[in-house]
Design a binder for this molecule. Structure first.
Ligand SMILES: CC(C)(COP(=O)(O)OP(=O)(O)OC[C@H]1O[C@@H](n2cnc3c(N)ncnc32)[C@H](O)[C@@H]1OP(=O)(O)O)[C@@H](O)C(=O)NCCC(=O)NCCS
Length: 285
């Protein structure tokens, strides 16, 4: 058996990656989302081939000082022979060769030992919520367009801790009806970006809230008003108690067996600010 790990080269690799996420029923990981990761950095998108057939994927996202690893999947028939381990090892090496030491991921419980073997440590639960909140329109909420993006990116860099302009710009281009900000006489107070998954599945995040939870909540209520009678999902780190509390009180339901946010070599945690209400995505932090 020969295993080769290489970077994605073509659309065929993106399609293969999408087929694996579909088989796992990862509803927010669409062809569009994988394509964005491919466009951002093709070298970080890894594919494993066994006897010349693709059998696994893993995507490393490099920011300046921090990196994320996500989308680790091996085809069921090729599991338990070390391919997942090899993909992880190359992904970590790839980020480390860029000088990145702090690496994050969201681990399903069964995969925790695999990541611990590489030195990743558990930080907190990366909770998942699903449902609807009251739909209430607000006169202070507006759609995010490319005009507001520079102001939002400045806030985002401070709160999230890295420059994710590439990904946020894509959200505006791909899902213009799913991105909103709340502005009062003191300026922008809260913003959220959404994305569309398979079968009408909507995911919210990042959601950043600079002031009180109530202000952020008006934005979320307005978002629900805009998308109509549709449920949505959201990922929130358990360390942000304020975010967890308001979304539960407002009707979102915690999903069973949430992943665990893990990190390698880190003291300060990317995205752990109390103003960071919802994560952007497991693969991108
Ligand atoms: C996780 C996964 C990529 C591992 O791939 P693999 O090629 O089987 O991995 P390896 O053979 O290199 O190592 C197996 C290790 O993976 C972990 N693992 C085993 N079964 C697993 C499962 N069903 N789900 C997640 N992790 C599992 C264990 O730590 C195992 O170590 P062990 O064999 O010593 O107990 C593969 O099980 C998979 O694709 N699962 C579904 C998608 C998924 O859950 N991805 C991880 C998201 S965080």
């Amino acid at each position: 058996m020969t295993i080769i790990i290489r970077s994605f080269e073509s659309r065929a690799d993106v399609l293969f990656a999408e087929s694996l996420t579909q088989k796992e029923n990862w509803r927010s990981e669409t062809i569009q989302e994988i394509n964005i990761l491919f466009e951002y950095d093709p070298s970080g998108c890894l594919i494993a081939e066994k006897d010349n057939q693709p059998v696994g994927i893993c995507i490393a996202t490099a920011y300046k000082n921090n990196g994320s690893i996500g989308e680790l999947i091996v085809s069921p028939s090729a599991r338990r022979s070390g391919i997942g381990h090899q993909l992880m090892s190359i992904a970590i090496q790839y980020l480390q060769n860029k000088g990145i030491r702090q690496i994050y991921l969201d681990a399903v419980l069964k995969a925790v030992p695999l990541y611990e073997g590489f030195g990743f440590e558990k930080i907190t639960r990366s909770l998942r919520f699903f449902g609807q909140v009251p739909a209430i329109s607000s006169p202070d909420v507006f759609p995010i367009t490319l005009n507001e993006l520079p102001a939002i990116l400045e806030i985002d860099q401070n709160v999230f801790g890295e420059n994710r302009s590439f990904f946020l710009k894509k959200r505006i281009q791909n899902y213009p009806h799913l991105n909103y900000y709340l502005k009062n006489n003191q300026g922008i107070q809260s913003y959220l970006f959404g994305r569309q998954g398979r079968g009408g599945w909507i995911t919210v995040g990042p959601w950043i809230n600079l002031q009180t939870a109530e202000i952020g909540l008006s934005l979320l209520h307005h978002f629900q008003y805009q998308i109509g009678n549709q449920p949505f999902s959201m990922g929130v780190l358990a360390t942000n108690q304020s975010a967890v509390q308001i979304i539960v009180v407002n009707g979102l339901m915690p999903q069973p067996d949430p992943p665990i946010r893990m990190a390698l070599n880190t003291q300060e945690n990317l995205g752990s600010s109390y103003q960071n209400y919802a994560i952007g995505s497991p693969a991108k932090g």
